[in-house]
Design a protein around this ligand. Structure first.
Ligand SMILES: CC(=O)SCCNC(=O)CCNC(=O)[C@H](O)C(C)(C)COP(=O)(O)OP(=O)(O)OC[C@H]1O[C@@H](n2cnc3c(N)ncnc32)[C@H](O)[C@@H]1OP(=O)(O)O
Ligand SMILES: N[C@@H](CCO)C(=O)O
Length: 305
């Protein structure tokens, strides 16, 4: 893939090490093809890690993908430096007059709060409203998916009895939908959360389709039937060690976490876990870019619909 990466973004060296084809800004600008413009609202506290994960997931296509990272103006990030944000991120005011081919709204570790207790809920709501008219298709991840289903459809989230953490098996429910094309009938993907949205609430909305689910982890993938909104309750973009890092973080905090389900070989939390979901992540994001972004977005983004 040619993914355009800002010259000094820390993700660049990591992706190059993985043989991912990076275009720097000069080479990208010399190409005569309009790139796909993807806006990434990064709500995760460890933003640099998420930047790498998402750019990797978007990198498996010959289409040129230009990512713009969006930050909040109404929340001061505790865990990512202001210098990183000021250098690599834009604010909503900077881009609100533009249109984008795609948008990704990430998860955030705020799912135990009511939506209205999240200090950036008004700003996030405004961005989700804006996305309906300024973005061709938006993917929402984990808490971002729960927040999107709540904002757009009034679907509630529920606390789970205990944290759901691990690699769960899922089943594709409707093979005809291009978003799940090339996924196996059964596939593995990570989940890491304290809350859930439930199938019975989603089924009340005929404009939504549940495309994949897990007996143990519940709903995985939901799409509005027009393809403009996609909700992923898991974290297919996670790295090999992400759940490991969360587990050891919680262990060191004395939270007595359970070992992530179906993750380590022999359930040994001091071993390196096998990566069993990368092809699922690549397939999902590549299908999204191909069928829901590239094939339907207008060539002239700013043209009136
Ligand atoms: C469920 C999902 O969607 S995905 C899960 C997200 N998981 C991860 O990001 C894994 C990596 N994260 C981590 O390991 C941890 O969050 C850490 C180590 C970075 C920080 O953990 P803690 O010290 O326990 O929590 P901390 O007080 O920093 O709060 C976590 C985040 O919630 C935010 N937060 C807390 N209360 C509020 C609130 N009322 N409104 C908005 N944000 C809030 C914090 O600001 C922080 O986010 P930020 O860094 O973007 O500012
Ligand atoms: N994935 C999250 C869940 C909490 O929001 C974590 O463990 O950090």
């Amino acid at each position: 893939m040619p993914i355009k990466v800002q010259r000094d973004l820390p993700a660049k060296a990591i992706l190059e090490e993985e043989n991912i084809f990076i275009m720097d800004e000069d080479r990208a600008m010399s190409q005569d093809i309009r790139p796909l413009e993807i806006l990434i609202l990064n709500l995760m506290p460890l933003k640099e890690e998420t930047e790498t994960q998402l750019m990797r997931a978007l990198s498996n296509t010959p289409l040129q993908v230009d990512c713009t990272f969006l930050m909040l103006s109404t929340h001061v990030s505790k865990n990512t430096s202001a210098s990183h944000l000021n250098k690599f991120y834009v604010t909503f005011d900077d881009i609100k007059k533009k249109k984008f081919d795609g948008m990704i709204i990430t998860g955030a570790p705020v799912e135990n709060l009511e939506y209205e207790e999240v200090n950036y809920w008004p700003e996030l709501s405004m961005m989700m409203e804006w996305s309906k008219t300024h973005v061709t298709s938006t993917i929402h991840i984990c808490w971002g998916a729960q927040a999107g289903l709540y904002y757009h459809y009034g679907i509630p989230k529920y606390p789970m009895k205990k944290k759901l953490s691990g690699i769960y098996n899922h089943r594709v429910l409707d093979r005809k939908v291009p978003l799940v094309r090339s996924l196996n009938d059964f596939f593995l993907a990570p989940h890491s959360r304290y809350t859930e949205v439930r199938k019975e609430d989603i089924l009340k909305h005929p404009e939504l389709a549940i495309l994949a689910q897990s007996d143990e982890a519940g709903v995985f993938l939901v799409m509005s039937r027009d393809g403009r909104q996609i909700f992923v309750q898991g974290h297919p973009e996670y790295d090999r060690m992400t759940l490991n890092n969360e587990y050891h973080r919680d262990l060191n905090k004395g939270l007595n976490p359970e070992v992530p389900y179906n993750y380590y070989e022999d359930n040994d939390p001091f071993s390196a876990p096998p990566l069993t979901w990368r092809n699922t992540s690549n397939t999902l994001y590549t299908n999204w870019l191909n069928y829901y972004v590239y094939q339907v977005t207008p060539y002239l983004l700013d043209a009136e619909e």
